[in-house]
Design a protein around this ligand. Structure first.
Ligand code: SAH
Ligand code: SF4
Length: 416
């Protein structure tokens, strides 16, 4: 079993178990995936290399791990043959286990993944005409209970580690055969899907932290993972191609801009307090106006890098003409460089909402556009395999209704 210790997550009343930064496996070996280059170097020194050798080997190994995507030390051909077993005795190159891979009729793919201590989570790949977006999870489950979100019916099992977060990106590259020089053995079945989206012909061009969980309640791990994803010596994805979505954890938004610097998406979903209190209960703690002010202060936001406001269209709940006008008023009041993504509600078994009609969504979108703010309607993707926004949920970890009510009451109490 992986060892866990307790830490307090900002905004949460109770400490939740999180996996430690470095947890040796049962056989004593350490997984290198998720560790910064400097930490790999330290580990090599601790294992007996002198400082100069440790520095060189860390640089080489980092390149093989994140630029070339190898999963065996034996494939690291510029490292001496005698050195490779030395590494393999002490270290491993991990990936989350793939439990199931599903393919939607619209090309969307969903993977059910498992951590080494047996928790399931999901990632989704959404190809379209001009880009390929990987939707990455940050937690197994979620502490928040947005009422329209299937993940919100799960309890939080634990935060994902940096290795498990960056591991999703690496797995996607494995599956898409997108490491430089050749595909990974056994994964060539996906070759028929190859496209030419980027100069180097890659399918995976963008990352959104919009899978399971609230990324700003797992800030340190998400930051460390995304810094690996952006490292120019490794995966080298530009921060402009990465978007982090939050339900509105105001105290962490500034650090997100400062320490990660990626694009920000905010799950607004309602413009009136009573409605947002109901559908995004975190609103009782961090209200709409404070949230918009935090967006106005977000480092790096500009007309060239606008903040995305996500707005799920729920029939007779948040979809009136007045709501649309109020949305425009608020975004203007805070002078926000904003675009609005209107997301048709994706149903799931037992959900207490219906999606707004296409006519209603169109009318809402038109009002926002007329207010000078772009408000495209998102086409749901992967609904047939439950891969669309808000449909992610893994089997085991169900919250009882009573537990959800207690948590909602706790959030309200914390707010007052
Ligand atoms: N926890 C973060 C990121 C994950 S959710 C957040 O809430 O922002 C990604 C997006 O999907 C959010 O905007 C979320 O509100 C939206 N979403 C959740 N359930 C949905 C559903 N059933 N239909 C459509 N969108 C949904
Ligand atoms: Fe958690 Fe986001 Fe779902 Fe809300 S919408 S329950 S914050 S994953």
């Amino acid at each position: 079993m992986t060892q866990t210790n307790l830490m307090t997550i900002p905004g949460q009343v109770d400490p939740v178990p999180v996996a430690r930064d470095i947890t040796p496996r049962e056989d004593g070996r350490v997984d290198l995936i998720g560790l910064p280059k400097a930490r790999i170097r330290e580990l090599f020194e601790e294992a007996g290399l002198d400082a100069k050798a440790a520095k060189l080997r860390a640089k080489q190994v980092f390149h093989w791990l994140y630029h070339r995507g190898v999963t065996e030390f034996d494939a690291m051909t510029d490292i001496a043959k005698t050195m490779r077993p030395w590494l393999a005795e002490r270290f491993v190159i991990g990936r989350p286990d793939v439990v199931e891979a599903q393919h939607s009729s619209d090309g969307t793919r969903k993977w059910l993944l498992r951590t080494s201590d047996g928790h399931d989570f999901e990632m989704v790949f959404i190809p379209d005409e001009t880009r390929g977006t990987l939707c990455v999870s940050s937690q197994v489950g979620c502490t928040l209970n947005c009422t329209f979100c299937h993940t919100g019916t799960m309890r939080l099992v634990r935060n994902l580690t940096p290795g498990e977060i960056v591991g999703q990106v690496m797995l996607a590259r494995d599956a898409l055969g997108e490491w430089p020089r050749g595909t990974m053995a056994g994964l060539d079945e996906f070759d028929e899907d190859r496209g030419h989206y980027t100069a180097d012909g890659r399918l995976l061009t963008n990352i959104v932290m919009m899978g399971m969980g609230e990324p700003l309640y797992n800030f340190d791990h998400v930051r460390d993972a995304l810094n690996l994803v952006m490292d120019g010596d490794g995966l080298a994805l530009s921060k402009r191609r990465i978007t982090l979505s939050t339900s509105g954890v105001i105290p962490m938004m500034d650090r997100c801009g400062q320490e990660i610097g990626v694009n920000l998406a905010v799950s607004l979903h309602a413009v009136r307090k009573e409605v947002r209190d109901e559908i995004v209960p975190l609103n009782k703690k961090y209200g709409i106006e404070d949230l918009l002010q935090a967006c106005a202060d977000y480092p790096g936001a500009s007309n060239a890098r606008r903040i995305t406001f996500e707005y799920v269209m729920l029939k007779d709940k948040n979809d009136s003409d007045e709501d649309a006008r109020e949305l425009v008023r608020l975004l203007r009041k805070y002078d926000l460089p904003a675009k609005v993504n209107l997301i048709p509600f994706n149903p799931w078994p037992g959900a207490g909402y219906e999606c707004s009609t296409p006519e209603r969504i169109r009318a809402f979108s038109d009002i926002v556009f007329e207010g000078g703010i772009s408000a495209p309607v998102r086409t749901p993707r992967g609904r047939d395999i439950d891969a669309a926004c808000g449909q992610l949920r893994t089997a085991a970890e169900k919250k009882s209704r009573a537990q959800r009510d207690r948590e909602a009451a706790g959030t309200a109490a914390a707010a007052s």
